[in-house]
Design a protein around this ligand. Structure first.
Ligand code: NAD
Length: 394
Protein backbone atom coordinates (compact mmCIF):
# COMPACT_ATOMS: atom_id res chain seq x y z
CA UNK A 1 0.00 0.00 0.00
CA UNK A 2 1.27 3.50 -0.80
CA UNK A 3 0.64 5.57 2.33
CA UNK A 4 0.11 9.32 2.10
CA UNK A 5 -1.20 11.72 4.74
CA UNK A 6 -4.98 12.16 4.86
CA UNK A 7 -5.70 15.07 7.17
CA UNK A 8 -9.27 15.48 8.41
CA UNK A 9 -9.56 18.57 10.60
CA UNK A 10 -7.18 18.10 13.52
CA UNK A 11 -6.43 14.42 12.88
CA UNK A 12 -4.55 12.53 10.22
CA UNK A 13 -6.29 9.23 9.53
CA UNK A 14 -3.23 7.51 8.06
CA UNK A 15 0.21 6.79 9.53
CA UNK A 16 3.44 5.65 7.89
CA UNK A 17 5.10 2.64 9.60
CA UNK A 18 8.68 3.36 8.49
CA UNK A 19 8.18 7.10 9.00
CA UNK A 20 7.00 6.52 12.59
CA UNK A 21 9.99 4.26 13.26
CA UNK A 22 12.30 6.96 11.83
CA UNK A 23 10.67 9.53 14.13
CA UNK A 24 11.29 7.27 17.13
CA UNK A 25 14.91 6.82 15.96
CA UNK A 26 15.33 10.59 15.75
CA UNK A 27 14.24 10.88 19.41
CA UNK A 28 16.52 8.02 20.45
CA UNK A 29 19.46 9.72 18.71
CA UNK A 30 18.71 12.95 20.57
CA UNK A 31 18.82 11.21 23.95
CA UNK A 32 22.01 9.33 23.06
CA UNK A 33 23.66 12.54 21.81
CA UNK A 34 23.09 14.17 25.21
CA UNK A 35 24.85 11.37 27.09
CA UNK A 36 23.57 9.26 29.99
CA UNK A 37 21.16 10.47 32.66
CA UNK A 38 23.04 9.30 35.78
CA UNK A 39 21.16 7.62 38.65
CA UNK A 40 18.06 7.42 36.45
CA UNK A 41 15.34 4.78 36.45
CA UNK A 42 16.21 1.08 36.09
CA UNK A 43 12.70 -0.30 35.54
CA UNK A 44 9.90 1.94 34.36
CA UNK A 45 6.18 1.56 33.78
CA UNK A 46 4.97 4.18 31.30
CA UNK A 47 1.18 4.62 31.04
CA UNK A 48 0.42 6.43 27.77
CA UNK A 49 3.76 5.34 26.27
CA UNK A 50 3.07 5.37 22.54
CA UNK A 51 3.06 9.05 21.51
CA UNK A 52 3.89 12.55 22.74
CA UNK A 53 5.28 13.09 26.23
CA UNK A 54 4.82 9.47 27.32
CA UNK A 55 6.82 8.11 24.37
CA UNK A 56 9.52 10.72 24.99
CA UNK A 57 9.63 9.67 28.67
CA UNK A 58 9.96 6.02 27.71
CA UNK A 59 12.78 6.78 25.28
CA UNK A 60 14.59 8.90 27.88
CA UNK A 61 14.28 6.19 30.54
CA UNK A 62 15.52 3.50 28.15
CA UNK A 63 18.22 5.26 26.17
CA UNK A 64 19.24 7.81 28.81
CA UNK A 65 19.41 5.47 31.79
CA UNK A 66 19.30 1.95 30.36
CA UNK A 67 15.90 1.23 31.91
CA UNK A 68 13.75 -1.73 31.05
CA UNK A 69 10.29 -0.42 30.17
CA UNK A 70 6.73 -1.67 30.15
CA UNK A 71 4.57 0.55 27.94
CA UNK A 72 0.78 0.75 28.25
CA UNK A 73 -1.21 2.51 25.52
CA UNK A 74 -4.44 2.36 23.54
CA UNK A 75 -3.76 2.17 19.80
CA UNK A 76 -5.63 0.70 16.86
CA UNK A 77 -3.86 -1.94 14.76
CA UNK A 78 -4.16 -1.90 10.97
CA UNK A 79 -7.23 -3.28 9.26
CA UNK A 80 -7.93 -4.13 5.64
CA UNK A 81 -7.09 -1.02 3.62
CA UNK A 82 -6.41 1.04 6.75
CA UNK A 83 -3.14 1.80 8.50
CA UNK A 84 -2.67 1.45 12.24
CA UNK A 85 -2.52 4.56 14.45
CA UNK A 86 0.94 6.14 14.80
CA UNK A 87 1.38 4.99 18.40
CA UNK A 88 1.12 1.40 17.18
CA UNK A 89 4.02 1.87 14.77
CA UNK A 90 5.97 4.02 17.26
CA UNK A 91 5.79 1.26 19.85
CA UNK A 92 6.95 -1.36 17.37
CA UNK A 93 9.85 0.90 16.38
CA UNK A 94 10.74 1.61 20.01
CA UNK A 95 10.58 -2.04 21.03
CA UNK A 96 12.85 -3.15 18.18
CA UNK A 97 15.41 -0.45 19.00
CA UNK A 98 15.33 -1.11 22.76
CA UNK A 99 15.69 -4.87 22.37
CA UNK A 100 18.51 -4.41 19.84
CA UNK A 101 20.24 -2.36 22.54
CA UNK A 102 19.78 -5.24 25.02
CA UNK A 103 17.01 -3.52 27.00
CA UNK A 104 13.82 -5.13 28.27
CA UNK A 105 10.78 -3.70 26.45
CA UNK A 106 7.23 -5.03 26.68
CA UNK A 107 3.89 -3.56 25.62
CA UNK A 108 0.26 -3.79 26.66
CA UNK A 109 -2.29 -2.34 24.24
CA UNK A 110 -5.66 -1.70 25.85
CA UNK A 111 -7.71 0.59 28.06
CA UNK A 112 -5.50 1.75 30.93
CA UNK A 113 -8.61 2.85 32.86
CA UNK A 114 -9.82 -0.75 33.09
CA UNK A 115 -9.13 -3.27 35.88
CA UNK A 116 -8.22 -5.84 33.24
CA UNK A 117 -5.31 -3.84 31.79
CA UNK A 118 -4.07 -2.92 35.27
CA UNK A 119 -4.10 -6.62 36.21
CA UNK A 120 -2.19 -7.51 33.04
CA UNK A 121 0.41 -4.84 33.74
CA UNK A 122 0.84 -6.00 37.34
CA UNK A 123 1.24 -9.59 36.18
CA UNK A 124 3.83 -8.60 33.55
CA UNK A 125 5.83 -6.59 36.11
CA UNK A 126 5.72 -9.46 38.63
CA UNK A 127 6.81 -11.98 36.01
CA UNK A 128 9.42 -10.01 34.04
CA UNK A 129 10.62 -7.05 36.07
CA UNK A 130 10.09 -7.92 39.74
CA UNK A 131 9.38 -4.31 40.69
CA UNK A 132 9.40 -0.89 39.00
CA UNK A 133 11.15 2.22 40.33
CA UNK A 134 9.44 4.75 38.04
CA UNK A 135 5.82 5.13 36.96
CA UNK A 136 5.10 7.77 34.30
CA UNK A 137 1.42 8.65 33.95
CA UNK A 138 0.91 10.37 30.57
CA UNK A 139 -2.61 9.58 29.41
CA UNK A 140 -4.55 11.99 27.21
CA UNK A 141 -7.95 10.54 26.47
CA UNK A 142 -11.34 11.83 25.37
CA UNK A 143 -13.24 9.30 27.50
CA UNK A 144 -13.06 6.89 30.43
CA UNK A 145 -15.27 4.01 31.37
CA UNK A 146 -15.19 4.02 35.15
CA UNK A 147 -14.07 0.61 36.42
CA UNK A 148 -16.35 0.69 39.49
CA UNK A 149 -19.56 2.30 38.21
CA UNK A 150 -19.38 1.39 34.51
CA UNK A 151 -20.29 5.03 33.70
CA UNK A 152 -18.74 6.46 30.53
CA UNK A 153 -17.26 9.91 31.17
CA UNK A 154 -16.46 12.14 28.18
CA UNK A 155 -14.02 15.00 28.62
CA UNK A 156 -14.74 18.39 27.05
CA UNK A 157 -12.47 21.35 26.35
CA UNK A 158 -14.63 24.26 27.46
CA UNK A 159 -14.41 27.37 29.61
CA UNK A 160 -16.00 27.41 33.05
CA UNK A 161 -18.40 30.13 34.19
CA UNK A 162 -18.83 32.19 31.04
CA UNK A 163 -18.48 31.88 27.28
CA UNK A 164 -15.03 32.52 25.80
CA UNK A 165 -14.32 34.24 22.50
CA UNK A 166 -10.89 34.36 20.93
CA UNK A 167 -8.95 33.76 17.73
CA UNK A 168 -8.31 30.26 16.55
CA UNK A 169 -6.71 28.73 13.47
CA UNK A 170 -7.77 25.85 11.27
CA UNK A 171 -4.25 24.48 10.94
CA UNK A 172 -5.15 22.41 7.88
CA UNK A 173 -6.78 25.21 5.88
CA UNK A 174 -4.70 28.06 7.33
CA UNK A 175 -7.79 30.11 8.15
CA UNK A 176 -7.82 32.32 11.23
CA UNK A 177 -11.27 32.96 12.65
CA UNK A 178 -13.00 33.94 15.84
CA UNK A 179 -14.47 31.17 17.92
CA UNK A 180 -16.91 31.39 20.81
CA UNK A 181 -17.07 28.44 23.15
CA UNK A 182 -20.00 28.16 25.52
CA UNK A 183 -19.18 27.31 29.14
CA UNK A 184 -19.33 23.74 30.40
CA UNK A 185 -22.17 22.63 32.64
CA UNK A 186 -21.59 20.91 36.00
CA UNK A 187 -21.90 17.47 34.45
CA UNK A 188 -19.26 18.22 31.79
CA UNK A 189 -16.89 19.59 34.42
CA UNK A 190 -17.27 16.47 36.56
CA UNK A 191 -16.85 14.21 33.53
CA UNK A 192 -13.63 15.97 32.42
CA UNK A 193 -12.21 15.65 35.94
CA UNK A 194 -13.17 11.95 35.91
CA UNK A 195 -11.24 11.42 32.65
CA UNK A 196 -8.23 13.73 32.93
CA UNK A 197 -8.00 14.15 36.73
CA UNK A 198 -5.97 12.05 39.10
CA UNK A 199 -8.29 9.24 40.24
CA UNK A 200 -7.00 6.70 37.73
CA UNK A 201 -3.35 7.56 38.49
CA UNK A 202 -4.13 6.90 42.18
CA UNK A 203 -5.79 3.59 41.27
CA UNK A 204 -2.65 2.52 39.38
CA UNK A 205 -0.32 3.49 42.21
CA UNK A 206 -2.44 1.87 44.91
CA UNK A 207 -2.66 -1.36 42.90
CA UNK A 208 1.11 -1.40 42.35
CA UNK A 209 1.79 -0.61 45.99
CA UNK A 210 -0.68 -3.21 47.35
CA UNK A 211 0.91 -5.84 45.10
CA UNK A 212 4.40 -5.00 46.37
CA UNK A 213 5.56 -4.08 42.88
CA UNK A 214 7.08 -0.69 43.72
CA UNK A 215 10.80 -0.72 44.45
CA UNK A 216 12.09 1.14 47.51
CA UNK A 217 12.40 4.82 46.56
CA UNK A 218 10.02 4.45 43.59
CA UNK A 219 8.95 7.69 41.93
CA UNK A 220 5.98 8.70 39.86
CA UNK A 221 5.34 11.67 37.58
CA UNK A 222 2.32 12.97 35.66
CA UNK A 223 2.13 15.92 33.27
CA UNK A 224 0.26 19.20 33.28
CA UNK A 225 0.12 22.52 31.47
CA UNK A 226 -0.46 26.10 32.63
CA UNK A 227 0.48 28.50 29.82
CA UNK A 228 -0.14 32.24 29.42
CA UNK A 229 -3.27 34.30 30.15
CA UNK A 230 -4.36 34.24 26.51
CA UNK A 231 -5.18 30.50 26.84
CA UNK A 232 -6.35 30.47 30.48
CA UNK A 233 -10.09 30.58 29.77
CA UNK A 234 -9.84 27.43 27.65
CA UNK A 235 -7.03 25.70 29.52
CA UNK A 236 -5.92 26.64 33.04
CA UNK A 237 -9.33 27.96 34.16
CA UNK A 238 -11.33 25.68 31.87
CA UNK A 239 -12.55 22.12 32.32
CA UNK A 240 -9.11 20.64 31.56
CA UNK A 241 -7.48 22.97 34.10
CA UNK A 242 -9.90 21.78 36.80
CA UNK A 243 -8.95 18.21 35.90
CA UNK A 244 -5.27 19.16 36.20
CA UNK A 245 -5.97 20.61 39.68
CA UNK A 246 -7.31 17.19 40.58
CA UNK A 247 -4.15 15.63 39.13
CA UNK A 248 -2.15 17.80 41.54
CA UNK A 249 -4.37 16.67 44.43
CA UNK A 250 -3.64 13.08 43.41
CA UNK A 251 0.10 13.83 43.22
CA UNK A 252 0.06 14.87 46.89
CA UNK A 253 -1.84 11.72 47.91
CA UNK A 254 0.49 9.48 45.86
CA UNK A 255 3.52 11.31 47.24
CA UNK A 256 2.39 10.40 50.79
CA UNK A 257 1.85 6.80 49.73
CA UNK A 258 5.30 6.52 48.11
CA UNK A 259 7.06 8.45 50.91
CA UNK A 260 6.38 5.51 53.25
CA UNK A 261 8.83 3.55 51.13
CA UNK A 262 11.30 6.40 50.50
CA UNK A 263 9.71 7.45 47.19
CA UNK A 264 7.94 10.52 45.82
CA UNK A 265 5.40 11.71 43.27
CA UNK A 266 5.22 14.97 41.41
CA UNK A 267 3.44 16.79 38.60
CA UNK A 268 5.66 18.27 35.92
CA UNK A 269 4.34 21.28 34.03
CA UNK A 270 5.50 20.88 30.44
CA UNK A 271 5.71 23.14 27.41
CA UNK A 272 2.86 23.51 24.88
CA UNK A 273 3.74 21.26 21.96
CA UNK A 274 2.14 19.79 18.88
CA UNK A 275 0.73 16.39 19.84
CA UNK A 276 -2.45 14.58 18.92
CA UNK A 277 -3.95 15.73 22.22
CA UNK A 278 -3.06 19.44 21.96
CA UNK A 279 -4.18 19.80 18.33
CA UNK A 280 -7.77 19.10 19.47
CA UNK A 281 -7.91 22.13 21.81
CA UNK A 282 -9.42 25.33 20.32
CA UNK A 283 -7.14 28.43 20.31
CA UNK A 284 -4.08 26.45 21.52
CA UNK A 285 -2.72 25.56 18.01
CA UNK A 286 -2.60 29.28 17.11
CA UNK A 287 -0.78 29.99 20.36
CA UNK A 288 1.66 27.13 19.61
CA UNK A 289 2.29 28.46 16.08
CA UNK A 290 3.26 31.87 17.47
CA UNK A 291 5.23 30.35 20.36
CA UNK A 292 7.26 28.14 18.00
CA UNK A 293 8.18 31.17 15.90
CA UNK A 294 9.33 33.16 18.95
CA UNK A 295 11.22 30.28 20.59
CA UNK A 296 12.88 29.16 17.36
CA UNK A 297 14.02 32.73 16.74
CA UNK A 298 15.56 33.11 20.19
CA UNK A 299 17.05 29.60 20.13
CA UNK A 300 15.05 28.14 23.05
CA UNK A 301 12.63 25.90 21.14
CA UNK A 302 12.29 22.31 22.42
CA UNK A 303 10.16 19.35 21.34
CA UNK A 304 8.80 16.49 23.49
CA UNK A 305 12.09 14.63 23.58
CA UNK A 306 14.18 17.68 24.53
CA UNK A 307 11.64 18.46 27.27
CA UNK A 308 11.63 14.95 28.73
CA UNK A 309 15.39 14.49 28.56
CA UNK A 310 15.76 17.82 30.40
CA UNK A 311 13.08 16.81 32.94
CA UNK A 312 14.88 13.57 33.79
CA UNK A 313 18.44 14.92 33.77
CA UNK A 314 17.99 18.29 35.46
CA UNK A 315 14.96 17.70 37.67
CA UNK A 316 13.70 14.20 38.49
CA UNK A 317 17.13 12.56 38.76
CA UNK A 318 19.27 15.61 39.52
CA UNK A 319 21.61 15.14 42.49
CA UNK A 320 19.92 18.00 44.34
CA UNK A 321 16.45 16.64 43.50
CA UNK A 322 13.80 18.59 41.60
CA UNK A 323 13.38 22.34 42.13
CA UNK A 324 9.69 22.71 42.96
CA UNK A 325 7.52 25.81 42.48
CA UNK A 326 5.33 27.29 45.23
CA UNK A 327 2.68 24.62 44.53
CA UNK A 328 5.11 21.71 44.62
CA UNK A 329 5.30 21.22 40.85
CA UNK A 330 8.32 20.73 38.60
CA UNK A 331 8.47 23.37 35.84
CA UNK A 332 9.98 22.52 32.47
CA UNK A 333 7.75 25.18 30.91
CA UNK A 334 10.25 27.73 32.27
CA UNK A 335 11.59 28.74 28.85
CA UNK A 336 8.08 29.07 27.39
CA UNK A 337 6.96 31.24 30.30
CA UNK A 338 9.96 33.62 30.19
CA UNK A 339 8.62 37.20 30.17
CA UNK A 340 10.45 38.09 26.93
CA UNK A 341 8.92 35.07 25.14
CA UNK A 342 5.42 35.78 26.41
CA UNK A 343 5.87 39.49 25.63
CA UNK A 344 6.62 38.63 22.01
CA UNK A 345 3.66 36.24 21.78
CA UNK A 346 1.34 38.89 23.24
CA UNK A 347 2.59 41.48 20.72
CA UNK A 348 2.03 39.17 17.73
CA UNK A 349 -1.33 37.72 18.86
CA UNK A 350 -3.68 40.66 18.05
CA UNK A 351 -2.19 41.17 14.57
CA UNK A 352 -2.50 37.59 13.24
CA UNK A 353 -4.98 37.06 10.40
CA UNK A 354 -5.47 34.50 7.63
CA UNK A 355 -3.52 36.79 5.26
CA UNK A 356 -0.39 37.15 7.41
CA UNK A 357 -0.48 33.75 9.18
CA UNK A 358 2.64 32.51 7.39
CA UNK A 359 4.58 35.71 7.98
CA UNK A 360 3.74 36.21 11.66
CA UNK A 361 3.62 32.63 12.94
CA UNK A 362 5.42 29.32 12.46
CA UNK A 363 2.34 27.67 10.95
CA UNK A 364 4.70 25.87 8.55
CA UNK A 365 6.62 24.41 11.50
CA UNK A 366 3.34 23.48 13.19
CA UNK A 367 2.17 21.60 10.11
CA UNK A 368 5.42 19.73 9.53
CA UNK A 369 5.56 18.79 13.22
CA UNK A 370 1.93 17.61 13.04
CA UNK A 371 2.66 15.42 10.00
CA UNK A 372 5.74 13.98 11.74
CA UNK A 373 3.43 12.70 14.50
CA UNK A 374 2.02 10.38 11.83
CA UNK A 375 5.40 9.49 10.32
CA UNK A 376 5.24 11.86 7.35
CA UNK A 377 7.96 14.22 6.16
CA UNK A 378 10.83 12.18 7.59
CA UNK A 379 14.12 12.37 5.70
CA UNK A 380 15.19 9.12 4.06
CA UNK A 381 11.69 7.66 3.69
CA UNK A 382 10.37 7.10 0.17
CA UNK A 383 6.69 7.98 0.49
CA UNK A 384 5.98 6.89 -3.10
CA UNK A 385 7.15 3.33 -2.41
CA UNK A 386 4.94 0.44 -1.34
CA UNK A 387 4.80 0.14 2.46
CA UNK A 388 3.57 -2.78 4.58
CA UNK A 389 0.89 -1.42 6.96
CA UNK A 390 0.18 -4.72 8.77
CA UNK A 391 2.82 -5.02 11.46
CA UNK A 392 2.29 -7.13 14.60
CA UNK A 393 3.01 -5.69 18.04
CA UNK A 394 6.04 -7.57 19.41
P1 NAD B 1 -0.76 12.12 23.24
O1 NAD B 1 -2.11 12.16 22.63
O2 NAD B 1 0.43 12.27 22.35
O3 NAD B 1 -0.56 10.75 24.07
C1 NAD B 1 -1.57 10.14 24.79
C2 NAD B 1 -1.17 8.74 25.19
O4 NAD B 1 -2.25 8.19 25.99
C3 NAD B 1 -0.98 7.76 24.03
O5 NAD B 1 0.07 6.87 24.35
C4 NAD B 1 -2.31 6.98 24.00
O6 NAD B 1 -2.22 5.68 23.44
C5 NAD B 1 -2.58 6.91 25.48
N1 NAD B 1 -3.99 6.65 25.80
C6 NAD B 1 -5.08 7.41 25.54
N2 NAD B 1 -6.18 6.82 26.04
C7 NAD B 1 -5.79 5.66 26.63
C8 NAD B 1 -6.45 4.61 27.33
N3 NAD B 1 -7.76 4.63 27.56
N4 NAD B 1 -5.70 3.57 27.76
C9 NAD B 1 -4.36 3.52 27.55
N5 NAD B 1 -3.68 4.49 26.91
C10 NAD B 1 -4.39 5.54 26.46
O7 NAD B 1 -0.78 13.25 24.39
P2 NAD B 1 0.31 14.19 25.05
O8 NAD B 1 0.12 15.55 24.51
O9 NAD B 1 1.66 13.56 25.06
O10 NAD B 1 -0.25 14.25 26.55
C11 NAD B 1 0.24 13.45 27.60
C12 NAD B 1 0.10 14.25 28.89
O11 NAD B 1 0.90 15.43 28.81
C13 NAD B 1 -1.33 14.70 29.17
O12 NAD B 1 -1.57 14.63 30.56
C14 NAD B 1 -1.31 16.15 28.72
O13 NAD B 1 -2.29 16.94 29.35
C15 NAD B 1 0.10 16.55 29.15
N6 NAD B 1 0.64 17.76 28.52
C16 NAD B 1 0.59 17.96 27.17
C17 NAD B 1 1.07 19.14 26.62
C18 NAD B 1 1.03 19.41 25.13
O14 NAD B 1 1.18 20.56 24.72
N7 NAD B 1 0.86 18.40 24.30
C19 NAD B 1 1.67 20.11 27.45
C20 NAD B 1 1.76 19.86 28.81
C21 NAD B 1 1.24 18.68 29.35
Amino acid sequence: MIIKPKVRGFVCVTAHPAGCAAHVDEWIRHVKSKGPVPNGPRKALVIGASTGYGLASRITAAFGSGAGTLGVFFERPSEDGRTATPGWYNSIGFTAAARAAGLYAQNINGDAFSDEIKARALETIRRDMGQVDLVVYSLASPRRTHPRTGAVHKSVLKPVGSAYTNKTVDTDKGVVSTVTIEPANEREIADTVAVMGGEDWEMWMKALSDAGLLARGARSVAYSYIGPAVTWAIYKNGTIGLAKNDLERAARAIDSLLARNGGSAVVSVNKALVTQASSAIPVVPLYISILYRVMKENGTHEGCIEQMRRLFATQLYADAGPALDESGRVRVDDLEMRPDVQGSVARIWPDVSTENLRALTDIAGYRSEFLKLFGFGMAGIDYDAEAEPHLPMP
